[in-house]
Design a protein around this ligand. Structure first.
Ligand SMILES: Nc1nc2c(ncn2[C@@H]2O[C@H](COP(=O)(O)OP(=O)(O)OP(=O)(O)O)[C@@H](O)[C@H]2O)c(=O)[nH]1
Ligand SMILES: [Mg+2]
Length: 331
């Protein structure tokens, strides 16, 4: 709490004054692609809540509308991203900044800047703090995107044992050390779920706070095609981070046809007196294979949960040791 408090004091201390050590503890990262108008409004709003130009980094994906100039005009650093898409932009930023925490937010003026201090303060007890879009302005999010978001979040919760409401939100704060060893395979808009998946499965804590969500300024970049890509990325993450998911899928693929064939064989035998020996054996084999896989899946799930609990305990002990060392250093 103390550290977050210091960070917040720094945040409120003065938007454009010289940097203090505390102010360098966090950086707000804004990925942009032809976002001149939205970026201008987002930057001005960030300044109004006390985030100085030196604490902001714009990572541009090759805009042709003068987005970077809009940033530089306000004394904000704008760099060109490596690779393609929003995910590579965020990765470029994570490599470029040397801070304890980063706040990542879309630069289209959809997310209110007033939540930056709150998200940073939450990092005192969590590794990632998500601004969950609980109150979208009318017309800010199309029904198909809202539904897709709900489905993908439910899937994420099932695989990673979390209770999130908006894993795909474009505004979140994250402790940089919690990202060590992240896989870096997601594309475009899949970066949000990749970060959350890494943190959840390495014993990290993810928290949420409800925030408002405004209509975007400028042209939308996310299409339904991107939703499909996010789903594919989520499938890949599920397979990589939680083997129970794959084994459950195999169990269902074996048991469902197994029981269907067994029901048909039983019906023909009992009501019509026709015996299907071969199909009967196939059904038994499928059900036996399915049951064995389901048992393995439960074991895999149990082991995964145990791994997460152990990782959390190790992380907790490390943090406590770090705080004790810091206290000794203070005195
Ligand atoms: N650097 C970089 N930024 C990108 C790229 N694609 C999108 N962005 C930025 O990423 C942020 C999110 O993109 P949006 O188009 O707003 O996507 P969204 O927020 O999911 O969708 P909306 O509901 O339309 O707001 C915006 O600030 C974009 O300018 C890219 O390829 N490179
Ligand atoms: Mg947006």
């Amino acid at each position: 709490m103390e550290e977050a408090g210091r960070r917040l004091t720094a945040l409120r201390a003065g938007p454009r004054g010289p940097q203090t050590a505390e102010e360098e503890r966090y950086v707000v990262v804004l990925p942009t692609l032809d976002e001149r108008e939205g970026l201008a409004k987002t930057l001005d709003e960030l300044f109004s809540v006390g985030v100085g130009p030196g604490q902001i980094l714009v990572v541009d994906g090759g805009s042709r509308d003068g987005t970077c100039l809009e940033a530089e005009k306000r004394g904000v650093r704008c760099i060109q991203q490596n690779g393609k898409g929003k995910a590579d932009a965020v990765r470029t930023a994570l490599r470029a900044v040397d801070a304890d925490a980063v706040v990542i937010m879309d630069a289209d003026y959809t997310y209110p800047a007033k939540y930056v201090p709150q998200l940073l303060a939450m990092l005192d007890r969590c590794d990632e703090a998500i601004g969950a879009r609980a109150r979208p302005e009318k017309g800010a999010q199309r029904a198909v995107f809202r539904l897709g978001n709900r489905l993908l979040t439910a899937w994420f919760n099932a695989v990673f044992g979390t209770r999130l409401t908006d894993v795909l939100s474009g505004m979140y704060a994250v402790r940089k050390e919690a990202l060590e060893g992240i896989e870096e395979a997601s594309r475009g808009f899949g970066i949000e779920s990749e970060i959350a998946a890494h943190i959840a499965s390495t014993g990290g804590e993810i928290c949420e706070t409800p925030i408002e969500y405004r209509r975007r300024v400028g042209r939308k970049k996310l299409g339904v095609r991107h939703g499909v890509l996010i789903a594919l990325d989520m499938l890949r993450l599920s397979l990589r981070y939680n083997p129970a998911f794959l084994i459950f899928a195999v169990a269902s693929l074996l048991t469902i046809p197994g029981f269907s064939i067994a029901s048909w064989v039983a019906y023909e035998w009992i009501f019509l007196g026709v015996k299907h020996y071969v199909w009967g054996i196939i059904a038994i084999a499928l059900i036996a294979g399915g049951t064995a896989s389901a048992t393995l899946a439960v074991l895999a799930l149990y082991l995964k949960r145990m791994e997460i609990r152990l990782l959390r305990a190790v992380r907790g002990a490390r943090t406590a040791r770090g705080k004790a060392t810091a206290r000794r250093g203070d005195t």
